[in-house]
Design a protein around this ligand. Structure first.
Ligand SMILES: Cc1ncc(COP(=O)(O)O)c(C=O)c1O
Length: 327
């Protein structure tokens, strides 16, 4: 068992990690009836600061997911931001970390799992998570035999735990067959996304990605990359449907997401993408992304510092953290 952080945040309180639990018969645990966001915080040795990357944009998407599933929660964005900061400080995080903010449906009257209920809650957990080695080496992808869920049945635009059943089927199949990841096609047969990331392609000097209407979670990483590509390199991003064979013919392909960051895809269905090595534009975008997420310049207002500089590089004592916790 990997060791866990000391604390989580549950419904307004810092709690010991093991106390961050929902009942097995809650709608969240039983149906995956939740909406959530995965957010990264990046540590900079240079500044001795931990910065949350685009937290507000993640909360805006969380609200969009909540609207689609008819969920209300007791916390404002400002309170969720404060809670996230409080948790990271309590755990004294000083390394790259992945945070999950999840709003969930609780237990219905008579434990009815289907009925709409107003009983909701929020949990926030943060685990250390460094960069994948595939950021450097790249990854292999197959076209999944599973189709992406679609807006007329299970909208991928809603970031709910239940949707990840579809992602798991594709990821497990890919791994069983010796690939690192998978690409879903949608019901029209055009590219949707990877199990937990969006997909971008470079073809004839153009940067392309499928639109939200292709069965895709509307990605914050894609938006960040597109803005960097436009503003720094003068390269626009075309949101358009992408055919399967375009992936074979692309000069470069990469996946983009909070968790995966930017991972070059070097083969699709065992055919080399471009030269079979991570491409030059992918490498340029990785460099720009690294500067943007690390928060040293914060040229776009995307970084939220966790520690107040006057606190002396943000260090609080273990005692202070435990005092702050409701045990
Ligand atoms: C299914 C899916 N698609 C795309 C993404 C990429 O979204 P983002 O860049 O906002 O993290 C994610 C990651 O959250 C995801 O789970």
């Amino acid at each position: 068992m990997p060791s866990n952080p000391d604390f989580s945040w549950l419904n307004g309180q810092i709690v010991p990690w093991d106390n961050c639990v929902l009942h097995a018969r809650s709608q969240a645990a039983f149906w995956g009836a939740n909406v959530f966001e995965g957010v990264r915080a990046y540590w900079s040795e240079e500044t001795g600061q931990l910065s949350l990357f685009r937290l507000q944009e993640h909360l805006t998407r969380l609200r969009a997911s909540m609207k689609c599933v008819g969920m209300r929660i007791a916390y404002s964005d400002a309170e969720l931001i404060e809670a996230t900061l409080e948790l990271l400080r309590a755990n004294q995080v000083r390394e790259d970390t992945h945070i999950v903010i999840a709003a969930y449906f609780g237990t219905g009257p008579n434990f009815d799992p289907m009925q709409h209920i107003e009983e909701t809650g929020v949990h926030i957990t943060a685990l250390p998570l460094g960069r994948s080695p595939r950021f450097e080496t790249g990854a292999s992808a197959c076209i999944s035999s599973w189709r992406r869920i679609s807006d007329d049945a299970m909208p991928p635009r809603i970031k709910t735990g239940a949707n990840y059943h579809n992602s798991r089927l594709a990821q497990h199949e890919a791994t069983r067959n010796g690939y690192d990841t998978a690409f879903f096609l949608n019901h029209r047969g055009t590219l949707a996304e990877a199990p937990g990331s969006c997909v971008m392609m470079v073809r004839d000097g153009e940067l392309c990605t499928p639109p939200g209407t292709s069965g895709v979670l509307e990605g914050i990483t894609v938006q960040s990359i597109s803005q960097l590509a436009q503003e720094v390199l003068g390269i626009g991003t075309h949101k358009r449907e992408i055919d399967r064979t375009e992936l074979y013919l692309a000069d470069e392909v990469f996946i983009a997401g909070t968790l995966s960051e930017i991972q070059p895809i070097t083969t699709v269905d065992r055919q080399a993408v471009g030269t079979g090595a991570p491409g030059p534009l992918t490498r340029q975008l990785q460099d720009l992304y690294e500067v943007a997420v690390r928060g040293t310049a914060d040229a776009y207002g995307w970084n939220l510092p966790v520690y107040v500089p006057s606190q002396g590089r943000g260090v609080i004592s273990k005692g202070e953290a435990i005092d702050a916790a409701v045990v």
